[in-house]
Design a protein around this ligand. Structure first.
Ligand SMILES: [Zn+2]
Length: 307
């Protein structure tokens, strides 16, 4: 079995301007990190593809989808919300994001696949996008779209979603709250952006783990294992989807958690062990991570541990 790394060049067309933290260099830094570490040569590198509209419409409203096509600029930028810039190529990039993620999903779920583990280097990210609105650099919720495709098309009954980005996955919860086919485990800095759906016990399929600013390695590991281990064992997932954001790293300028490179090794090992128990496929989708060096090292640590 080989780990697959999915990518697509259409993301370059999502030009977010000079001063925006979410830009194409993030994916280039990851690729360079993978190459320098020697890991790139061990991965199957696969080019992504365009989304199928029905996949998007399982997670997002028709009105929102149509509106994005209508407001797409012919030049320059507009802001779809206060944080999310849209350039002439942004919608195509967002559609390739979705299509590449669902392509990787079908791959890890295919009975004869060589890949039971895949990482998608994707931008724009997805976990803040809600049913009817963009938010936090995100147009379409890649992970919720994959989850709904896994449940509706592949007929899975139990899909685990783990989100260790520093920011809470408001969009994923907005779309999948109270749908018992999903267990959503989210760790995040609190109080902090996006400040919604963060309460513990608010939805019966969501296990929120808020963390104070300054939380470091051991406290992070203890909190997530205490909150999630038993519930995940009982849930017995048939698929693990990971919103893999790396902005909880100490070096990241966008949040104030203090994870280190080896915490992403730990996360890769921990998720890999859950998967190994039942031969469960794992699909990880990039979310945040804005310090280029820390992002590249963290992704390398995580993928290496998952192998
Ligand atoms: Zn984030």
């Amino acid at each position: 079995m080989t780990t697959a790394y999915y990518t697509f060049e259409q993301h370059f067309a999502h030009n977010t301007g000079d001063d925006h933290p979410e830009h194409a260099m993030r994916l280039l830094a990851i690729e360079q990190g993978l190459k320098q570490s020697g890991l790139w040569q061990e991965l199957d590198i696969i080019q992504g593809s365009m989304a199928h509209t029905p996949d998007i419409l399982r997670a997002h409203s028709h009105g929102y989808y149509d509106q994005l096509q209508l407001i797409q600029p012919e030049q320059g930028h507009i802001y779809v919300d206060e944080d999310t810039p849209m350039a002439p190529g942004s919608l195509e990039a967002a559609l390739y994001s979705v299509g590449t993620c669902t392509q990787a999903l079908d791959d890890v779920l295919h009975r004869d696949s060589q890949h039971c583990n895949a990482f998608v280097g994707v931008r724009p990210p997805g976990h803040h996008a809600e049913h009817k609105k963009s938010k936090g650099f995100c147009f379409f919720n890649n992970i919720a779209i994959c989850g709904l495709r896994a449940a509706d098309i592949h007929h899975l009954q139990r899909v685990l979603i783990i989100d260790f980005d520093a920011h809470q996955c408001n969009g994923t919860i907005d779309i999948l709250a109270n749908d018992q086919r999903f267990l959503i485990c989210s760790s995040f800095q609190h109080p902090f952006y996006p400040n919604s759906h963060y309460q513990v016990g608010l939805h019966n399929n969501v296990l929120n783990v808020p963390m104070d600013a300054g939380t470091g390695s051991q406290e992070f590991r203890d909190k997530v294992t205490d909150a999630w281990d038993d519930a995940i064992r009982k849930f017995a997932p048939e698929l693990i989807l990971v919103s893999a954001g790396f902005d909880a790293h100490e070096a990241d300028p966008m949040a104030e958690l203090n994870l280190q490179d080896n915490d992403y090794t730990w996360l890769g090992n921990w998720i890999g062990e859950i998967a190994a128990n039942r031969n469960t496929p794992v699909l990880s989708l990039l979310e945040g991570g804005y310090d280029l060096n820390a992002l590249a090292r963290s992704v390398v640590s995580y993928i290496r541990a998952m192998q």
